[in-house]
Design a protein around this ligand. Sequence first.
Ligand code: PGA
Length: 248
Amino acid sequence: MAQKLVVGNWKLNGELAANEALLGAIGAVAGVEVAVCVPFPYLAQAAARLRGVAPGAQTVSEFQSGAYTGEVSAEMLADLGCRYVIVGHSERRALFGEDDATVGRKTAAALRAGLAPIVCVGESLAEREAGRALEVVERQLGAVLAIIGARMLARLAVAYEPVWAIGAGRAAGVEEIRRMHAGIRRWLGERDAAAASVRVLYGGSVKADNATALFAAPGVDGGLIGGASLVADDFMSICRAAAVANGA
Ligand code: PGA
């Protein structure tokens, strides 16, 4: 089994001086791959400051170059030393009009530039209560598949982030997560055998005090961490919890 992957998502937070301290306190953890996805303006700072931890971005343009004012291409991210990029985060979908097909095109753009896309999927509370959680996630993955093709699926990481657990202070239950991750892995493996070993991360209120239990759940290959990634001690505890779950 691949190493667990723990990814910090700073969202719209940061400031040069404070970043110095936070980035300086984030270090490599044996047996775990660690990445930190910062706002675009701080990517160069993160790339220069981080040691043994991969810098990442939180979104990317679907376009490569040209008359697209305000956009940032995957090639630019790669140029800055970025390794990972989050695509399709539920906040992008809900607040910035990114539909399933846009997420697919952004994923393709990231792959084109040699970045590792972390594709976020997840259902709303209403969708879960209607018993449609897996169907929604499969639809979101299907839109990505339609654009990148089955053979590229193995290059992704998938982050299962139930919308109702993000920033909520309460993570999804271990059994809910186990079932969804199993469903995602089955779906991937049915499309391409190599895709069955894609890392499926869990995100949504992962904290220092629940990370050990969440990472021990079957099929959880790491986490996407929002709020707790802004506190160095908490983020490092979460990374260490992943190492323990890895058996490192
Ligand atoms: P949270 O955010 O850890 O603050 O719930 C997770 C995410 O949005 O990726």
